[in-house]
Design a binder for this molecule. Sequence first.
Ligand SMILES: C[S@@+](CC[C@H](N)C(=O)[O-])C[C@H]1O[C@@H](n2cnc3c(N)ncnc32)[C@H](O)[C@@H]1O
Length: 272
Amino acid sequence: MTTSDYNFSTFSKNSFYAELNSRLIDMADVASDLRIVDLACGAGGVTRLILERINRTTNTVVIALDHSQIALKTAMDELKDISNGAVKYVQSGVENISESIKDSVDTVVFCNAIHYLPDKDIVLSEISKSLSKNGKFAFNTSFYEGGQHEDSLSFYSKWMFKAFRILRKEYGLKPEKSLKVESRKQLTPQDYSDLLIRHGLKIEIQKIDTVQVPMEGWLDICAFSDFIEGTMPGIPLDTASEVLQEGVRQTYKELNVTHVPRNWLDIVARKI
Ligand SMILES: C[S@@+](CC[C@H](N)C(=O)[O-])C[C@H]1O[C@@H](n2cnc3c(N)ncnc32)[C@H](O)[C@@H]1O
């Protein structure tokens, strides 16, 4: 398999994942919006949820933006049945949104990607610039400080222990710590709240959504290159993916569980 085969598409089709994103898009209430941005659209799963909810007019446009050409190509293919001319694809870093999308927009949706950004102030300033007055900003993330569900802690430690052991014993390999993606500081919900206020946004909804993740969800995230490279830097993708998946299977069996809980932080804010 090549790197492009390790894209986000398979994971994004998990029903628990589509459902948690749906809950956020419902909270953002996009039905009557004319211009909506799906920031870091990935394989287009969230773009689809937006398209399913908007009342389309000839002026309605959903801008699907991502810096990855592979992601945009996947999104284009995935959305062929529903886009019907309403989607504009933009290849850009989220750091340049006001440059890439000139006219202001009613809503910016940013699912499962804000934690990737090393400087969130830059991005929030750009998002705020792009929003019209009263425009909405909706985002979610499961990578925030204090967000690990108590009942999942033994799952994570057992999973990683087993995966690294298989990697060492069966492949004689160890991840290269020096290649580790510079670890991004995770923000607390309060940090996110302060960040939004600094950029002229008022929080309307802030929620923690606890989601039960089945084994297939973890197996599929082990087939996504960003996750694999962050967890096992320097290890060939196919080997790392295989040992991470085997670690998940063994851990579910040992703990005798069908699901492991994970928390998502959901926020909807409005530009004032
Ligand atoms: C985990 S996926 C989320 C995709 C989609 N929003 C969802 O929730 O299904 C993260 C996406 O963020 C994109 N991404 C990460 N950093 C980015 C940046 N600085 N600018 C634009 N896209 C970025 C990646 O290319 C990837 O497609």
